[in-house]
Ligand binder design. Structure first.
Ligand SMILES: [Zn+2]
Length: 555
């Protein structure tokens, strides 16, 4: 067990307040949550901070479509997100929003700092403009015919038919998606963050062990192409923060979104009398971001440069996870595989999903497939058939024959079976703890699960070897008592090891055992200890529930 106390500030990618949490999102949050829970169990100081990303054109326009103010619009998603996370067992120390006075203040401070440090340049740019709605149009809000292959109804940034990329002003027969009007070209002065000034710094930082190797290699392509100044301006109307000393210019959502990590942490630190600079300016603490691979560019290039340019520390680690596929394919509304977290939770416990994800997650940037046949088989076989089975087959004897009380010692007199391999089984289980902790800490959860399930197999072999159901008939109550008590103690070790993955099963098991399931308490087995009467701690998954989830996701 680790004895040094490390200090971590951990974030997960901010969730856009324009829709509900789906299972693809859930993967990244569960990955980070397991890591944070592991660190907390080890006694490290680890704060898990996140929030809604609440600004930008899509939110502004969707709110308008719903006849709501943007504030009302984002509030409903915020409330839903909070509930979904709680039911997924994802436990933040603080969950906020980027639409906060604290974030506005920090965004202005950081902007002023990068500006005063000479990292802002201004340029006039030409943009598509909707003359009916009086709004500059983001690339995806202009559609027309591809300038290269003439395919109609293509977005303003790229052609889905021939793959060409271009500017919205290049489209033929262009139309505004909002009003249908023909866009005009209008000039506007924009502020740019001068990213090329940070090229050398980022080249060093991106190869410096802060990123997974495949991400690090991928980013080198951007250096080869050359970094470009980054437009951090959007013209009014825009839902976001106004740029100081301008009348009609706003910060692009991607500037204030990551600053939202800081703002949310600041609210948490202030509420808990902790020092903000200890986590954002001090290299003795570790700043760790968990993100999906689609937002790597923002987090691994812009973000470290913005932090450096404004006098803060750069992230210590960015962990990138792959996408979720369902039954081998991209999540799809028509196949019913675009599954909202709430739809899943309406039918199944989050522990199954957490276990399945953990059993497949490694620290590589790989897509993870949620294959529902495999999901049902694995959960039923591992969690019910192996793990819960240990508790259920032993507790019956303890409950009925031994007054719910475990044996005074676990020393089985087995002189006839000296080579049974189970002589030190309790210690053998404990000896695996460092290996399992290392796998969890290195985000190799699938390896941790493999180790734990191998132990579960061993516990079942131990019970099968002694056959308490036969022993009791021979009148050897002493050995029966010890074997079943050992089984219960082994179950306790297993559930402790699994507690970062299965927090709610760990709590239920702790009530059943009338004992703590903390890793640090495992050195002493439960002896002469009263437990509760066993009740099923987790049910098998009925495959019919999967059909219901898929059907509900089609509507
Ligand atoms: Zn084309």
């Amino acid at each position: 067990m680790s004895s040094t106390n490390n200090h971590y500030l951990v974030t997960s990618a901010l969730l856009y307040a324009n829709g509900h949490l789906h299972l693809g999102h859930a993967l990244g949050y569960i990955q980070a949550d397991i890591w944070v829970r592991t660190q907390k169990i080890l006694g490290n100081t680890c704060y898990y901070i996140c929030g809604d990303d609440a600004h930008g054109t899509p939110i502004m326009l969707n709110a308008k479509k719903n006849n709501q103010s943007p504030e009302e619009f984002i509030k409903q998603f915020y409330d839903a997100h909070i509930k979904d996370f709680a039911d997924l067992g994802v436990k933040f120390d603080y969950y906020g929003t980027t639409h906060s006075p604290e974030n506005q203040k920090l965004t202005e401070q950081i902007y002023t700092a990068i500006k005063n440090n000479g990292h802002i340049i201004t340029k006039n740019i030409n943009q598509a403009y909707d003359p009916v709605e009086n709004i500059f149009l983001p690339d995806r809000f202009v559609k027309g015919d591809c300038p290269k292959c003439n395919t109609c109804d293509q977005y303003g940034d790229s052609c889905e038919h021939c793959g060409a990329t271009y500017n919205p002003t290049d489209l033929k027969n262009a139309k505004s998606v909002i009003s249908g009007a023909t866009p005009i070209v209008k000039e506007s002065e924009h502020y740019f963050f001068n990213l090329p000034q940070f090229t050398e710094l980022l080249k060093t930082w991106t190869i410096g062990d802060h990123l997974q190797s495949e991400i690090s290699s991928k980013l080198q392509e951007w250096f080869t192409a050359g970094l470009q100044p980054w437009d951090i301006t959007r013209d009014a109307p825009y839902f976001g923060f106004k740029i100081p000393n301008t009348d009609n210019k706003y910060f692009y959502v991607w500037l204030d979104a990551p600053i939202g990590y800081m703002a949310c942490s600041k609210i948490f630190f202030d509420q808990n009398n902790l020092n903000f600079d200890d986590y954002w300016k001090n290299n003795n603490t570790k700043l760790i971001h968990f993100i999906g691979k689609d937002i790597t560019y923002f987090h691994a290039l812009f973000w470290p440069a913005i932090l450096e340019g404004s006098g803060y520390k750069k992230p210590d680690q960015i962990y990138v996870n792959g996408f979720l596929t369902v039954n081998g394919k991209k999540m799809s509304k028509s196949r019913g595989t675009f599954i909202l977290a709430r739809t899943y939770l309406n039918h199944l416990d989050s522990e199954y999903l957490r276990y399945y994800f953990a059993s497949k997650l490694s620290n590589q940037v790989e897509d993870l497939d949620l294959n529902f046949n495999d999901f049902v088989l694995k959960v039923n076989s591992d969690l019910i058939g192996k793990l819960i089975n240990i508790a259920s087959r032993c507790s019956g004897f303890i409950n009925k024959q031994f007054n719910n009380t475990l044996a005074k010692n676990l020393q089985i007199n087995n002189s006839n079976n000296a080579d049974d391999n189970f002589g030190n089984i309790y210690q053998d289980f404990l000896n695996k703890s460092d290996t399992i902790i290392n796998h969890f800490t290195n985000i190799n959860y699938s390896l941790a699960i493999k180790e734990i399930m191998a132990l579960a197999d061993k516990a079942n072999q131990f019970i099968d070897y002694y056959k308490p159901w036969a022993l009791i008939k021979t009148g050897d109550t002493d050995t029966t008592h010890k074997v079943c008590s050992m089984g219960i103690n082994l179950y306790r070790i297993l559930i402790s090891y699994l507690s970062p993955v299965l927090p709610s099963l760990a709590i239920k098991s702790s009530k059943f055992l009338k004992a703590s399931t903390d890793w640090s308490n495992l050195n002493n087995p439960l002896l002469d200890h009263e437990i509760n009467t066993f009740e099923p701690l987790l049910q098998r998954i009925d495959p019919l529930k999967i059909e219901n989830i898929l059907n509900d996701s089609k509507s």
